[in-house]
Design a binder for this molecule. Structure first.
Ligand SMILES: C[S@@+](CC[C@H](N)C(=O)[O-])C[C@H]1O[C@@H](n2cnc3c(N)ncnc32)[C@H](O)[C@@H]1O
Length: 250
């Protein structure tokens, strides 16, 4: 990433657990994402994902979404900073006989896309590893991966409430934690997320998306106001003239 590359160590911020092969081996059971991933792929198909498409999955983890999408498109790139996560994706791909998922060891800030521009970028529960300044830069880079009109599907822990409502919504979230770590994220893990990771408010993230040149066509927060789903379209223009003229490649 230009001259800023190397200032932020993305691996150091990736969460130690994501680098731990033992944790990764249990990740799919804990995350229970397989059924939702199939639904997500159906959604993307409804938005134009087809046999000729390229999809980039950023912070792909064990590749659940990448592998679910593989049969529906030409090329999937699963990007993650964790070698253990990428190994898990590769092993699952081999076991399934999937040959069109490329695993790339890189982060939001270092991934260099090659080949034709992506039609879709997908990211689930990973962007929050970056502080807001770096999120804004990562979003701009995502815009550069996509073709104009391409779709960015983002799901993450995003707080859709005002600070004065934080206690109510956060307490309800913490109280919903799993009893056992193998069944989901426990209260202690959710508290650790709040302490150490960088989930932000929707009213901060959404202007960042727009400034990066995305039009937010759908935003959903659910009743808990803790998890956000965005469908964003790359408009090819940054939101502000000032930004557009400053970023000639945007
Ligand atoms: C909670 S897991 C989510 C994995 C997958 N997207 C899913 O939904 O199951 C977060 C993933 O983001 C990865 N990650 C953390 N920081 C990252 C960064 N800066 N760039 C790319 N991936 C990152 C971690 O290694 C981990 O695999």
């Amino acid at each position: 990433m230009d001259s800023l590359e190397g200032i932020l160590d993305e691996i150091a911020r990736a969460g130690d657990e994501h680098l731990d092969p033992g944790y990764v081996a249990e990740y799919d059971r804990k995350a229970a994402f397989a059924a939702d991933a199939v639904e997500e792929v159906q959604l993307l198909c409804g938005l134009g994902l087809e046999q000729g498409s390229t999809l980039v999955d950023l912070g792909a983890g064990t590749g659940t979404l990448s592998l679910a999408a593989a049969a529906r498109c030409r090329r999937v790139v699963a990007v993650d900073v964790s070698p253990a996560m990428l190994r898990a994706t590769e092993e699952k791909a081999a076991a399934l006989g999937v040959s069109n998922v490329e695993c790339v060891h890189a982060g939001f800030l270092t991934y260099e896309h090659r080949g034709s521009p992506a039609d879709f970028v997908y990211s689930r529960n990973a962007l929050h590893h970056l502080p807001d300044f770096w999120k804004a830069l990562a979003l701009r880079r995502i815009g550069l991966i996509l073709r104009p009109g391409g779709i960015f599907r983002l799901h993450d822990i995003v707080f859709a409430f005002d600070p004065c409502e934080a206690e109510r919504f956060i307490e309800a979230w913490l109280a919903s934690g799993a009893e056992r770590p193998e069944d989901g994220w426990t209260r202690a893990e959710l508290e650790q997320h709040l302490r150490e990771e960088h989930s932000t408010f929707n009213w901060l993230l959404e202007p960042m998306l727009e400034r990066a040149g995305f039009q937010i066509s759908e935003a959903g927060y659910g009743s808990r106001r803790i998890y956000a789903d965005y469908l964003c379209v790359k408009t090819g223009r940054t939101a502000r003239e000032s930004s557009a003229s400053a970023c000639k490649d945007g």
